[in-house]
Design a protein around this ligand. Structure first.
Ligand code: GLC
Length: 476
């Protein structure tokens, strides 16, 4: 636990007594704290979460300059620590505690944490839902904080896509792994944060434009992901037969994907039943790797349709021995190997094949998997995964991650007593014991979005035209 002026405000990333290199694991990471925060909420320890939310809000960047450059207003740090500084004056022993955020200026690789602000909004909604205390989200400074994060994400850029454009390493995978562009994990968190924010924003004159922009983006984003990121056997076969170099509005192969990208591993791997959302989509590039968090959070947030959500769970069941194996859950599948590993990761020795971010297995992902299974009324899938995890997790001293194809080894450089491994397991257990508590995390499908979506499907040249029953007009 980390204390600030006598009050608990967060948890450190790891407390590994056997490790001599602490690196930055003695800090409070925003993304790592989320499962701890949910566990505290489930146990009725609301104040810790409230403290965390308020103090991290104050860390939101205003005018901090680093390396001659200021991060966008509204950016949340990846992590922060409490520093004790000496006060000027006569009394030499007088000190003061200050919060010291890291927006990426000290992080390994100088990566910008795009997910932090999105997680912050998601936790804020969960706090209100669980504690019933809405006064926190109604505070002016909190409302301003939500708006600053939204403005940063909704700002116009040079991009053609409704997905959020980010650099590599901007989320849980915070090293080079070839996920720059429009990675699924960020899109799922973005969608989720937009929905949570819409629920919490106080209606007032000044926010009408923001809410309009938010609604437009929600429709466009869900359409884009559901249509273009989805893959199953049928779609794969369609891509395999794609014509290329199509010019015009009604092109079938909109992103000019060359069929040779359908690699042999994927043809073998795709089961007859089930499907998933691919990792990334760019012009002439589909990243077919399966990324767990993005897929699971698409279920939780309703970015995936109901059918797609069930198909993703079918897929996880069909690929159990690859994705769960001896320890849930593979962060992505498969690993980058050989020359691909050299070129894409920059020969990163921490991300060797089947290790760490490069298809290692991360127990913390259990809590998100559990929330998704409960939402889809299939908690037995999560229960099976938890059963596998508890055979080893505590005995192995709660490692950060596991290595090898089947997750047989504790990760090469894994920290032990990693807080979010413990918290992820705890949340999974608590949710399975009381599935109704998952309400604070899941978002049900919004009827307005569903109707906007079916209208867009109707105007898609590949499908038959459907009924247009939109009450509102959205610009996409
Ligand atoms: C690693 C992980 C990152 C996590 C951090 C602290 O850098 O990739 O997701 O936040 O460790 O545990």
């Amino acid at each position: 636990m980390v204390y600030y002026c006598g009050s608990p405000i967060g948890t450190i990333a790891a407390n590994d007594p056997t490790s001599s290199s602490v690196l930055n694991y003695d800090q409070v990471f925003i993304r790592d704290f989320i499962p701890s925060g949910i566990a505290f909420l489930l146990k009725g320890e609301y104040d810790i979460v409230r403290n965390f939310l308020l103090h991290t809000l104050q860390l939101q960047s205003w005018e901090k300059t680093m390396d001659c450059h200021s991060p966008g207003q509204g950016l949340m740090p990846a992590s922060f620590k409490v520093r004790t500084v000496r006060l000027d004056g006569d009394d030499d022993s007088a000190t003061e505690e200050v919060l010291d955020p890291d927006f990426g200026e000290a992080a390994i690789g100088r990566v910008a944490p795009v997910d932090s602000g999105l997680w912050w909004i998601i936790l804020l909604r969960a706090y209100g839902k669980c504690s019933g205390d809405l006064s926190l989200q109604e505070r002016i400074d909190v409302q301003t904080g939500i708006k600053m994060i939204l403005r940063l994400c909704l700002a116009d850029g040079f991009d053609m896509f409704p997905t959020l454009l980010v650099t590599d390493g901007s989320c849980m995978i915070d090293r080079r792994m070839g996920i720059h562009g429009h990675p699924l994990e960020i899109q799922a968190l973005f969608y989720s944060a937009l929905l949570c924010a819409r629920e919490m924003l106080a209606p007032e004159d000044g926010s009408a434009d923001l809410i309009r922009a938010l609604n437009n983006r929600l429709v466009a984003l869900s359409f884009h992901i559901r249509e273009y990121y989805w893959i199953d056997l049928r779609k794969l076969n369609e891509i395999y037969r794609y014509k290329t170099e199509e010019y015009s509005y009604d092109a079938v192969n909109k992103f000019n994907i060359y069929p040779d990208q359908v690699s042999p591993w994927l043809v073998e791997w795709m089961p007859n039943q089930g499907g998933y959302l691919i990792g990334n989509l760019q012009p002439a590039h589909m990243d077919f790797r399966f990324f767990s968090l993005g897929n699971i959070w698409s279920i939780v947030s309703g970015l995936a349709t109901r059918d797609q959500s069930n198909a993703i769970l079918d897929f996880i069941e069909a690929k159990w021995s690859d994705l769960i194996a001896d320890m849930p859950l593979k962060i992505c599948y498969p690993a980058l190997e050989g020359q691909e590993w050299q070129i894409i990761t920059g020969s990163d020795p921490k991300n060797t094949p089947w290790s760490y971010h490069n298809a290692g297995s991360w127990p913390t992902l259990l809590w998100q998997l559990t929330a998704a299974c409960i939402k889809m009324n299939r908690p037995e899938i999560a229960a099976r995964a938890v059963e596998i995890a508890e055979k080893r997790l505590s005995r192995d001293k709660w490692p950060e991650y596991y290595d090898t194809k089947k997750a047989r080894f504790i990760g090469k450089q894994a920290h032990l007593f990693q807080t979010w491994s413990i918290a992820g397991y705890l949340v999974a257990k608590l949710l399975l014991a009381d599935p109704s508590a998952a309400r604070m995390l899941v978002i049900d499908e919004d009827p307005e979005l569903v109707s906007a979506f079916s209208c867009m499907i109707g105007t898609n040249p590949r499908r038959k035209r459907g009924q247009t029953n939109l009450k509102k007009t959205f610009m996409v």
